[in-house]
Write a protein that binds this ligand. Structure first.
Ligand SMILES: NC(=O)c1ccc[n+]([C@@H]2O[C@H](COP(=O)([O-])OP(=O)(O)OC[C@H]3O[C@@H](n4cnc5c(N)ncnc54)[C@H](OP(=O)(O)O)[C@@H]3O)[C@@H](O)[C@H]2O)c1
Length: 338
């Protein structure tokens, strides 16, 4: 049976895949975009999605897109308005959707009962460390967003908690925050141990999980589940080796000593999350991931598919200072990174 789904974040890393899977399965997709004439919006329109100009800040702009839809893919926009945005979307959708709807929320792997408990207690779970203020705010926000979905009147919901995106190494806005030494020094610097696994996900894999959670409504594997997701577990050294192999440029893994890692954790939210990984077990069991039966992307495949963006990320930091995203640069050059 053909259904209609509303995709928010449809032009983003994850949303693009959700749109393409839903359309390829014969469903209709309504996509909320802030600027229908943007390249990304035009790309999903030409693949068959119907565009609706809308913004989470304006509930009335979301209602017409939700009319008659059977399910909602809901992205979180981190920041002070995150909870209001999610509540606006849930209310607008429930006001005019088809009966018995589903919502799939994109959250984060760093949200679970343990992090919720930590935000509520003065103990950070890390030796001698109060929670980093930014991380505390992020955990509080993701907890509140998840509660908004669980306590909503949606009969069916699934919360996806994806791991670190593989795109964090390429996106010009994100990479300098996570990996500031990557472009200037060709180094991945982290406050983890050589054996610490980084849980990583190809954003397209999140799209696959989201599309199936929407279309397999009520199936026990999705119904009222919070699912931590990863495509691959890699050490810092393993990531550096793959980046070097795909790019042909040597990338080194640099492990901070324990005292440096502890200082990094106090100064910087990324440092805090590295330290967190250093002392906690992975949240994802890859056997459980494979049991879903979907093909999971590897970091090597992801980088190979996006090799032009990888080379830009490793070679030219100045483009970021000119305010261009790597996709805009590649599109300008007539190439395409996906
Ligand atoms: N990076 C990581 O490692 C990581 C890990 C776990 C979870 N996450 C979560 O992943 C999410 C980001 O997902 P993504 O990478 O797929 O998205 P993305 O590529 O960053 O794109 C953001 C999307 O949100 C839309 N958007 C932004 N502000 C909006 C607004 N005010 N109203 C309506 N739409 C708006 C944009 O649409 P238009 O610009 O077209 O309007 C765009 O489609 C965040 O919630 C983040 O916390 C990230």
């Amino acid at each position: 049976m053909s259904c209609t789904y509303l995709a928010t974040g449809a032009t983003g890393n994850t949303g693009k895949t959700i749109v393409s899977i839903l359309l390829s399965h014969g469903h209709k997709v309504h996509a909320i975009v802030r600027n229908p004439s943007s390249r990304a919006a035009q790309a999903i329109a030409s693949s068959g999605a119907t565009l609706f100009q809308g913004d989470f800040a304006s509930p009335s702009s979301l209602s017409s897109a939700a009319s008659g839809c059977n399910g909602l893919f809901l992205i979180t926009i981190p920041g002070p308005d995150a909870v209001t945005f999610v509540q606006n979307a849930l209310t607008a959708f429930l006001g005019c959707c088809a009966p018995d709807p589903t919502v799939v929320l994109m959250g984060s792997i760093f949200q679970d009962d343990a992090t919720t408990a930590l935000v509520q207690s003065p103990n950070s779970g890390l030796p001698d460390k109060p929670p980093h203020e930014f991380v505390k705010g992020y955990w509080s926000m993701t907890d509140a967003v998840e509660r908004a979905v669980k306590e909503s009147r949606f009969p069916h919901w699934t919360i996806l908690r994806p791991a670190w995106y593989m795109s964090n190494y390429l996106d010009f806005a994100v990479r300098p925050i996570h990996w500031p030494a990557l472009a200037p020094e060709k180094k991945l610097v982290a406050g983890v141990l050589p054996a610490t696994p980084f849980e990583m996900i190809d954003p397209s894999d999140i799209g696959t999980f989201a599309a199936y959670a929407l279309t397999e409504k009520g199936e026990p594997r999705w119904e009222h589940k919070c699912l931590a997701l990863a495509s691959e577990l890699l050490t810092l050294e393993g990531k550096a080796r793959i980046m070097s192999h795909v790019s042909g440029i040597e990338v080194k893994a640099v492990y901070l000593q324990e005292d440096e890692a502890a200082r990094f954790a106090e100064e910087d939210f990324v440092g805090y999350l590295h330290f967190w990984q250093r002392v906690t077990a992975p949240k994802v069991n890859m056997d459980d991931m494979r049991a879903y039966g979907f093909k999971l992307g590897s970091f090597e495949e992801y980088l190979t598919r996006n090799k032009e963006r990888l080379l830009l990320a490793l070679n030219d930091d100045s483009v970021a200072q000119r305010g261009l995203s790597s996709e805009e640069i590649l599109e300008g050059a007539g190439q395409h990174g996906h």
